[in-house]
Design a protein around this ligand. Sequence first.
Ligand code: SAM
Length: 246
Amino acid sequence: MRFHILTLFSGMFEGPMGESIMGRARRRGLISVHVHDIRDFTHDRRRTVDDYPYSGGPGMVMKPEPLFEAVETLRESGELGEASPVILLTPQGRRFDQRLAEELAEREELALICGRYEGVDERVREHLATDEISIGDYVLGGGELAAMVVMEAVSRLVSGVVGSAESAANDSFTTGLLQHPLYTRPSVFRGWAAPDVLLSGHHAEVARWQRRESLRRTLERRPDLLDGVELSAEDRKWLREMGYGT
Ligand SMILES: C[S@@+](CC[C@H](N)C(=O)[O-])C[C@H]1O[C@@H](n2cnc3c(N)ncnc32)[C@H](O)[C@@H]1O
């Protein structure tokens, strides 16, 4: 998976994209991150990327020319495929979630445009971006952190990036439910014991406990998710015992 980032703050990506899962995945060649400075696509001495809004009012707007030129240069040089998505990060976009991460993980490469200031000229949204993504209903100072969120969530789904394939498959939302509680050693910590069943070595019983606790947690915290999940007869029985649908 190749990511192309268009940003005014290239330095922001150095730490997060060089550590842990992302750093390892890059070193192993499973993903690559190409950060492009939008100012490199300006032609005036001051490398201007923003201007006053026509409507008046506060703040500055990112000019369209450098952004169009950046994407067109990448496409013409073959660095970015003609059909590869160009995603504008914006609080007004489609809300990012695990389903969207799964959708994006099927692509070979993505370009991500990070806005700043009051946002980008509308013509970028209309005629350059192929998709618009928001990472949530709040406003950040820029699209860089949003781009990193998208990249990390998508990269975890790229084969080989996460240690064991199982650990991504069992994650919250991937199964449609929230994940069950997790415990590790010691079995008793400050008098708080891990559930006996987890120490029993009885795989079928452990799997049943995990499923039941996953349902319980989802019911307690995100009951809305239960509507979109395929439930077995046993799941339904447990949920009824927990007071769901009664
Ligand atoms: C201060 S925000 C601009 C918000 C804009 N004035 C609005 O009300 O929609 C600057 C940039 O941060 C990024 N950004 C802010 N919040 C975001 C979010 N929730 N998801 C994705 N990108 C976001 C976008 O790239 C945006 O252009």
